[in-house]
Write a protein that binds this ligand. Sequence first.
Ligand code: NAP
Ligand code: COA
Length: 270
Amino acid sequence: MAIEIDFSGKTVVVIGGTSGINRGIAECFAKHGAKVAVASRSQEKVDDTVQALKAFGGEAMGFSADVRDVDALKLGLATVFEAFGSFDVLVSGAAGNFPALAKDMSANAFKSVVDIDLLGTFHVAHAAYPHLTRPGASVVNISAPQAFLPMVAQAHVCAAKAGVDMVTRCLAMEWGPEGIRVNSIVPGPIDGTEGMKRLAPTPKIMEATRQSVPLKRLGGTQDVGSVCMFLSSPLASYVSGVVLPVDGGFSLAGASGLSSLMETMLMPSG
Ligand code: NAP
Ligand code: COA
């Protein structure tokens, strides 16, 4: 059976789509014919991404907004709806992360990550809901292994991403009757990304992370983009409410390797 992924004429919105994994996802959809809209805080990053997406030959647009500001999201998404029509695919991936031990983290530091990752995911879904194609829309939230693997120096991210996956499951139940599917993707360690720079800042930690992946390689943004396209294609039309790791098996053995290295980095003995 020949399988063709084609998003020609479809509208894809990627929030947090201006760098790293999410930009890779936006590029995958653009390469496969979609009209793609991206958003993030930095107008400069939005402009740069829109220009790059247009180079694939299709239409692209963007707006700047902070996912902590639901009204800004509503305004921006309304302009996308006016220009591109209803949203066939919504990818929600804006996030913030830094390694910090709970005892060293201010309440506002914890709150910032929860506000961006968890509240932001709700804001994006809530603001986009009126514009989703029904039936047929695919919503993909970008989660992280921290959602189900406790890690040293990641209490804020673990709490926030666990919440993201429960939002995924609850929305899959609430919006399923309208023909809207909602799933989470859990990327593993993805090469060249800001997330990896922050969590594996030394060559030693990076190598240990790579070794802890059963497939013995870091992922690429294309690995995540491909699965995002699959989940948003007719091939996955009966898949909703799943939390799908795209991690080369990284999460199978738990995060103990990365966790203990961060512990060594942040809690030097003596
Ligand atoms: P990244 O390059 O820093 O991407 C984050 C994106 O979100 C950027 O476009 C950023 O643009 C935007 N953003 C951040 N805060 C925002 C806010 N408050 N409002 C709106 N947009 C905001 O990071 P990444 O490493 O590729 O991570 C992307 C996603 O994958 C995240 O959800 C992360 O949790 C997840 N993930 C990453 C890895 C990894 O290996 N990197 C592993 C597991 C999960 P602006 O700065 O312009 O706002
Ligand atoms: N360790 C401990 N606390 C930290 C910290 C660190 N490395 N970095 C930031 N904080 C604290 C700040 O001190 C502040 O708390 P305070 O007001 O009590 O001092 C709080 O977090 C918010 O920081 P601020 O810089 O004002 O937040 P922001 O909204 O401008 O940025 C972040 C949000 C902190 C998440 C920032 O790192 C960011 O924008 N990240 C996006 C990119 C990213 O993280 N990519 C990887 C995705 S996996």
